[in-house]
Design a protein around this ligand. Structure first.
Ligand code: CTP
Length: 400
């Protein structure tokens, strides 16, 4: 599926660099040519010999390598590729890119290129979460750089959290999506999904029955049409798809923050079942049974993420889509909700228990726009997702 595609793979320095060897194999399995570049720090983790042996060609290492300069200048090297992939992308490489430094081969290639760039960041959790890295990430995104991962999990340094290099298969999927000539190629789409959990105390929370299945299916469908998908998901019971940038959150407030950080986007789709309230009196200790009677909980309203984004003066996505889960008067309620929220479309569904939709395989939706209500036949959630993704592609194409 990547036949005739040339991928320039920049391997940064980090313990995850060993995974780039598997990435080379998997890209070749897809028919791609991999042109490898190894940073000086990368050489501390993988040897030039193993990289060039796997790639089947010499590895580029030095900005002032005269032989390479004679055969192919660094500018041409960066431009002859269909895609530049940085894996692992270290905090240092990201900082250089965000600030336009060009003091070694990798940073020079990244500054000189006019081809799309995909980063697979990998670093210590604290480094990833540091405001400087997050600032650089926001700058790079605004420059049109795509990102896959990082994943969350236990790390070589013994800490736990986001910072692990995405799995090679997920990077391959992101590359396929980036190079796919689908109608959403070059479009960035933000998608919320899953339930939110609002803590009562460290062991109890308020939740809802959303499985995240419809949102996840939509993420896959948008990815398959070539979109760069930022998938902000609450604690769903289905796994997020590969090849999308997954931002896991727990509460509505965290979801709102993640959405704000992920903008700008060409379209934003809000499929999450966000809790309307949070417990303001949440305890940091487990609540105990007491002779003094039952605990009393105080609630506060959560930010309405859809409404906030739909009303943005600056940076409103071109298409804003909400979902409406209703149990009665579906079209009437959802039509009113579209106006109340200020979004362009509402995808309404009937979640009364008799339908078996919430947590089930199928969905029956009505698409509500300014043109009216259009009911789709009941179909499985993947089919609903593909149809909705097609519609989004058509709407963005029509808007130019
Ligand atoms: N939504 C959101 N942030 C919230 C609440 C809802 O982004 N705090 C989004 C959902 O993702 C969905 C849409 O708003 O796309 C509709 O959510 P819903 O809960 O059905 O609407 P409400 O405004 O809460 O209306 P009601 O509960 O009265 O039906």
């Amino acid at each position: 599926m990547l036949a005739n595609k040339r991928i320039l793979l920049i391997i940064g320095g980090g313990i995850a660099a060993y995974k780039s060897l598997e990435l080379i194999r998997r890209l070749q399995d897809q028919g791609a040519e991999v042109v490898p570049v190894l940073t000086q720090a990368g050489e501390a983790f993988v040897t030039p010999l193993s990289v060039s042996a796997l790639a089947g060609q010499a590895v580029h290492r030095d900005l002032f390598d005269l032989t390479a300069e004679a055969e192919m200048g660094h500018i041409q090297l960066s431009r002859s590729a269909d895609l530049l992939v940085v894996a692992p992308a270290t905090a240092d490489l990201m900082a250089k890119m965000a600030n336009g430094h060009a003091n070694d081969l990798a940073s020079t290639l990244l500054l000189a290129t006019d081809t799309p760039v995909l980063l697979a960041p990998a670093m210590n959790v604290r480094m990833w979460e540091h405001p400087a890295t997050q600032r650089n990430l926001a700058t790079l995104r605004a420059d049109g750089v795509a990102c896959v991962g990082p994943d969350e999990g236990s790390m070589a340094c013994g800490e736990f959290g986001p910072g692990r290099l995405a799995e090679p298969e997920a990077i391959v999927q992101a590359i396929l999506a980036k190079l796919a000539d689908g109608p959403l190629k070059g479009r960035r789409i933000l998608l919320t999904s899953g339930p939110t959990h609002e803590p009562i105390d460290p062991v109890r929370y308020i939740a809802n029955r959303s499985s995240g299945a419809q949102g996840t299916a939509l993420a896959r469908a948008l990815r398959d049409l070539g979109a760069e998908v930022v998938f902000v998901t609450g604690p769903a019971s289905v796994a997020p798809p590969d090849g999308v940038q997954t931002v896991p959150v727990e509460t509505a407030q965290q979801m709102a923050d993640a959405v704000a950080a992920a903008l700008p986007a060409d379209a934003a789709v809000f499929a999450a079942a966000v809790a309307d309230w949070r417990v303001t009196s949440a305890s940091d200790r487990k609540l105990k049974k007491s002779k003094d009677g039952l605990p009393v909980m105080e609630f506060a309203e959560n930010p309405d993420i859809l409404k906030t984004v739909a009303h943005l003066d600056k940076g409103r996505p071109g298409l804003v889509v909400g979902f409406a889960a209703e149990t009665n008067d579906v079209v009437e309620n959802a039509t009113a909700k579209r106006l109340r929220k200020g979004c362009d479309w509402i995808v309404a569904n009937d979640v009364s228990p008799a339908t078996g939709i919430m947590g089930g395989r199928e969905n029956a939706v009505t698409l509500i726009s300014e043109d009216g209500a259009e009911s789709w036949p009941r179909m499985d959630k993947d089919a609903v997702a593909r149809k909705l993704a097609d519609r989004i592609a058509q709407a963005l194409a029509a808007a130019g």
